[in-house]
Design a protein around this ligand. Structure first.
Ligand SMILES: C[S@@+](CC[C@H](N)C(=O)[O-])C[C@H]1O[C@@H](n2cnc3c(N)ncnc32)[C@H](O)[C@@H]1O
Length: 217
């Protein structure tokens, strides 16, 4: 079990009205996100939000979309969660939890898009099942994504990227807008940099990116 260094961070998240916290609230939220947000706008989810650079920027650019950040580490989630309250961002919410329990938080078809930004690459073969694009996770995403919904994935790790291309295409997803060098591609202009991405780009690493459509089959 992970040692919690900052119990105050957990307390802070528990009090934050934009955060869905743990088992006591999760039963009531699945199928009820429209009530939470007070509208029927599409729901885009970012799994592994970290300190929230991406979700803050994209939520600012797209007030017509509801963004939910899913993160299992309290010390990082406090930052975007604080921001949402401080700046009264009504199209932002967060789930403090592990993505392996995603189906507890969403009804079938409730999610329109999932962003996976620089998910942990888990390079050792025996750890591949922890990758967020492993079929174990893809099957969960399929339960909550609407048909025609999408996964947008970025990484700096080529092996993880190739693994993801194979697993997505072999599990009912249609791939599009693929690049092996995002920052020298046509997708660069609209790209929103994440914290990790900034770090890798400054080091001169190529960024791999894809979009995958859930076909329903
Ligand atoms: C390498 S960091 C990337 C953070 C951010 N997306 C970025 O690009 O700057 C991966 C993040 O995913 C979170 N994470 C990893 N596995 C997760 C899971 N199963 N459920 C929720 N969050 C997860 C980690 O806690 C960490 O904050």
């Amino acid at each position: 079990m992970r040692i919690r260094n900052k119990p105050w961070a957990e307390d802070e998240l528990r009090k934050n009205p934009r955060v869905i916290f743990g088992p006591e609230t999760k039963k009531n939220i699945s199928g009820h996100w429209q009530e939470f947000f007070g509208n029927s706008n599409p729901i885009h989810l970012e799994i592994g939000t970290g300190k929230g650079h991406f979700i803050i920027e994209i939520a600012e650019q797209h007030p017509e979309i509801n963004f939910i950040g899913f993160e299992k580490v309290e010390e990082v989630l406090i930052y975007p969660a604080r921001y949402a309250v401080e700046y009264d961002k009504k199209n932002m919410a967060f789930i403090y939890g592990d993505a392996q329990f995603i189906t507890n938080y969403f009804a079938p078809g409730e999610v329109e898009r999932i962003y996976l930004n620089f998910s942990d690459p888990w390079p050792k073969k025996r750890h591949h099942k922890r990758r967020l694009t492993h079929p174990r996770f893809l099957n969960l995403y399929k339960e909550v994504l609407k048909v025609g919904g999408e996964i947008h994935f970025k990484t700096d790790n080529r092996d993880f990227f190739e693994f993801s291309l194979e697993k997505l295409s072999g599990n009912g997803f249609l791939l599009k807008n693929i690049t092996f060098d995002l920052h020298n591609s046509e997708y660069a202009e609209k790209n929103i940099m994440t914290r990790y991405e900034k770090k890798w780009v400054e080091m001169g690493k190529a960024i791999y990116r894809l979009e995958a459509i859930w076909t329903g089959k």
